[in-house]
Design a protein around this ligand. Structure first.
Ligand code: NAD
Length: 524
């Protein structure tokens, strides 16, 4: 294999250029023309059906049926795990170089179909153009970054030398990994967990989110085309509570790579901990979960940077990012000034269909999400002062106005619970220490940001702001593969640091091998 150049993040597309925008418009038309198709499960290379179906609809316009997907039965889920277990018996010995070559091939195919994948994220997940492009770019980054990491970890690793012995350490794969992603990064997170598992030598059963199975089906086709052998990758859409549980509980499942809500993550940890008859290992679980991320605006903050940063973090992808800035903690001296500048910027955001390039805020993902967010807005009306938004319309798509509550108590429900929608809470801090105390006072610990010109405060935040991804003088969203390894503390999850150099280690186990140097063995 040729030596790879150093990893570089995929550049975003500039849709302000007419020819670039025209290409995406064409891709949106192409994907729309495919609406309504039925997609199969893929188990052991076979395309299978189930009696029960799952409909995926465009959240920007719910009468648009994106596609019909199989709702796999628990039996089909178990079958997929067994097929993947059989495929593992040979795939486990595939050299790291070959696995990396296949993943790089996936990256090539994704680049060729980039705009189609972007269009899928717009139409099925309700992402605005730039958000959808960033989602697909991140997925491509994972192909490049994890291939390089797999090559680094492949083959014998050196240990401390010892006289008379030849010691080494090898990272070997684990077995069947059940991958369970959320809908909010329907391409990037789904790909990140799947690619990490495959390139480390594991086999995968992927259960996409029921809200975005179409994007999963596109990735599944690419993996098949890139030459992953039958059974090494399996695609099993269906309900989390039925087929998801069946696969989590299967004794041949070796690992579960999950990203999603705290409730489901904790349930998976619980189920995976119970040893099933015939099971001969402790299941490994990665569970990356929710957030309630705070941005601190210090007394010395530059509001020209802090205001756009907090607006983007709170309302980018309608606040449906685990890293979303759902709490803004402002030093009392700057509070009124901040609010004065923040409110018009939020009111200027245009809410509309994600496929319309002039929309800044698209729909939320589903009726369930709409109802839950609207009920939090009602709670918020009793807990804070409504400054922007507060209204929603689900008559044709799931639209909610960007909503800001001010003067919120740090222990109020809207300041403690993950709302996962376009709602943010502004809070007043007496001083920087008080701001840090507020920032750290939830059960989560995913991302955080501080805007300050005070060096001492920035250094204090490095030490005392307790979150997995801390950003100083920039927004708390927008982690880049390789640059900002991503994962949170406390109830935000297992801190697996996706897109970091240690991530693939979680998908392997280390085998230490030592050979005593003998004359007889030397001769051969
Ligand atoms: P969710 O927990 O509802 O679903 C996540 C996945 O789990 C889906 O594929 C779903 O079908 C599946 N599932 C549901 N019940 C299951 C069960 N009983 N057994 C097995 N699988 C089951 O979460 P969501 O609504 O898809 O995603 C939003 C959540 O994800 C938010 O809380 C967000 O903060 C979190 N998130 C976290 C990160 C991170 O890196 N920490 C990244 C993105 C999203």
């Amino acid at each position: 294999m040729k030596k790879l150049p150093p990893f570089k993040n995929e550049a975003y597309q500039d849709f302000s250029k007419k020819p670039v925008a025209a290409k995406l418009q064409a891709a949106i038309r192409k994907v729309r023309a495919s609406f309504g198709r039925e997609y199969a499960l893929i188990i052991g290379g076979e395309r299978l059906r189930s009696d029960q179906k799952l409909e995926s609809r465009n959240p920007s316009d719910k009468k648009e049926l994106i596609g019909i997907f199989q709702k796999a039965t628990p039996e089909q889920g178990r079958q997929a795990v067994e097929v993947a277990h059989r495929a593992f018996q040979t795939w486990r010995y595939e050299p790291a170089e070959k696995r990396a070559e296949r993943l790089l091939n996936v990256g090539k195919l994704m680049r060729q179909r980039r705009n189609e994948l972007v269009a899928w994220c717009i139409l099925e997940a309700g992402k605005t153009w730039a958000e959808a492009d960033a989602d697909v770019s991140e997925a491509i980054d994972f192909t490049e970054y994890y291939s390089r990491q797999a090559l680094r970890l492949g083959g014998p690793q050196k240990t401390q030398p010892f006289p008379g012995e030849k010691p080494e350490l090898r990272y070997i794969p684990l077995g069947v990994v059940v991958v369970i992603p959320p809908w909010n990064f329907p391409c990037a997170i789904l790909c990140g967990m799947t690619f990490a598992a495959l390139v480390s030598g594991n086999t995968v059963v992927l259960k996409p989110s029921s809200d975005t199975p179409g994007i999963g089906a596109q990735v599944a086709d690419i993996l098949v085309e890139a030459g992953f052998p039958e059974g090494v990758f399996n695609f099993v859409p269906g309900s989390g509570a039925t087929v998801g549980n069946a696969m989590v509980e299967h004794p041949l499942t070796r690992m579960i790579a999950f990203t999603g809500s705290k409730e489901v993550g904790l349930d998976i940890v619980d189920r995976a901990a119970k040893v099933q008859p015939g099971q001969i290992w402790i299941k490994r679980v990665i569970a990356e979960m929710g957030g309630k991320n705070a941005t601190i605006i210090d007394e010395s903050a530059d509001l020209d940077a802090a205001v756009p940063g907090t607006v983007a973090a709170a309302f980018g992808y309608q606040g449906q990012k685990c890293s979303a800035g759902s709490r803004i903690v402002v030093h009392q001296k700057l509070y009124d000034q901040f609010v004065e500048k923040f409110v018009p910027k939020v009111k200027a955001l245009k809410v509309g269909p994600a496929a319309d390039p002039t929309s800044n805020v698209g729909p939320v993902i589903s009726q369930g999400a709409f109802d839950s967010i609207m009920s939090y807005i009602e709670i918020g009306k009793g807990e804070g002062k409504l400054l922007t938004g507060g209204e929603g319309d689900s008559s044709y798509g799931y639209y909610i106005q960007p909503t800001t509550f001010a003067d919120v108590d740090p222990h109020a429900r809207i300041a403690q619970e993950e709302i996962f929608g376009p709602v943010t809470a502004v809070m007043r801090a007496k001083n920087f220490d008080h701001a840090l105390e507020i920032a750290n006072c939830t059960e989560y610990g995913l991302t955080g940001a501080v805007f300050s010109a005070n060096r001492k405060h920035l250094e204090k935040a490095r030490e005392q702001f307790f979150c997995g991804n801390l950003y100083l003088n920039r927004k708390c969203t927008g982690a880049l593969v390789g640059v900002h390894p991503f994962g949170g503390f406390n109830m935000s999850g297992t801190d697996s640091k996706a897109g970091g150099s240690d991530y693939l280690l979680l998908f392997t186990q280390a085998k230490a091998i030592t050979e005593r140097i003998t004359k007889a063995a030397k001769r051969k």
